[in-house]
Ligand binder design. Structure first.
Ligand code: SF4
Ligand code: FES
Length: 250
């Protein structure tokens, strides 16, 4: 396949950035998107040009490291991670545009690589959970309703890729934060700190510069792990209860 690439170049968060172009003449349709970018970088290197910076780690859809906006869509035209996208998704002669996640909360480090440490700080703000140390408890000593277990497991599938933020016109991180709040909030182990957790994580999310949620739904439509929008409602319910709880304590 012949593929025309139009990719974003940016040297750090204060650089204004610009697009550059390159054509690859021999792209294997079965290559993954990141393998195609490896070939691009080999050609750029051979031409004495600087390779294009992009993030990846597992290349198996697990780590959440590989975020690129492809033709305007976070992770591209399929609902998957960038590393799980294959070149057969595109047609011979296509032009593909590559941009970084664009959000105030994700400053550009270089080219397509953004700093997603804001997500780590949101998780850190959630703090610890209180569990008894020592031997593992007997499996049936703490019963968890099946619905809660399923929903918690669903929320825990979030890989922190940030596509939800990139898709949101407000640059909101609510889908990510709701996944992190809900997966602990539905389990017995998550109860002692449940009220503080939701308040602190949302405060951190705001401090990081992410926008507010206005129920657009773009986040859930691009999420490669199919985290549902309803989790944001569960987070909001938790938040209201937490404020009520704190007001009663005063
Ligand atoms: S909610 Fe989905 S899109 Fe957002 S960080 Fe988690 S896995 Fe990625
Ligand atoms: S490189 Fe790990 S999810 Fe894509």
């Amino acid at each position: 396949m012949r593929i025309n690439l139009e990719y974003w170049r940016q040297n750090g968060p204060s650089d204004s950035g610009h697009f550059e172009t390159h054509t690859l003449d021999n792209v294997d349709e079965h290559a993954s998107f990141l393998e195609m970018l490896d070939v691009l970088n080999e050609e750029l290197f051979d031409e004495g040009k600087e390779p294009l910076a992009f993030d990846s780690d597992c290349r198996e859809g697990i780590c959440g490291q590989c975020g690129i906006v492809i033709n305007g869509d976070p992770h591209g035209p399929k609902r998957t991670t960038t590393c799980q996208l294959h070149m057969r998704t595109f047609k011979d002669g296509d032009t593909i545009t590559l941009e970084p996640w664009r959000s105030k909360g994700f400053p550009v480090i270089k080219d397509l690589v953004v700093d997603r440490s804001a997500f780590d700080r949101i998780v850190q703000a959630g703090g610890y959970i209180s569990v008894n140390t020592g031997a593992a408890p007997e499996a049936h000593s703490q019963l968890v309703p099946k619905g809660n277990a399923d929903r918690s497991f669903e929320a825990a599938a979030c890989i922190g890729c940030g596509a939800c933020v990139a898709a949101c016109p407000n640059g909101s991180a609510m889908l990510f934060t709701s996944a992190k709040v809900v997966h602990l909030g539905l389990l017995p182990q998550g109860q002692p700190e449940r009220r503080d957790r939701v308040v602190n994580m949302l405060a951190q999310q705001d401090d990081e510069g992410f926008g507010g949620c206005t129920n657009v739904g773009a986040c859930a439509s691009v999420c490669p792990k199919e985290i549902p929008l309803e989790l944001i409602s569960l987070l909001n319910r938790d938040l209201i209860k937490s404020y009520g709880h704190k007001a009663r304590q005063r």
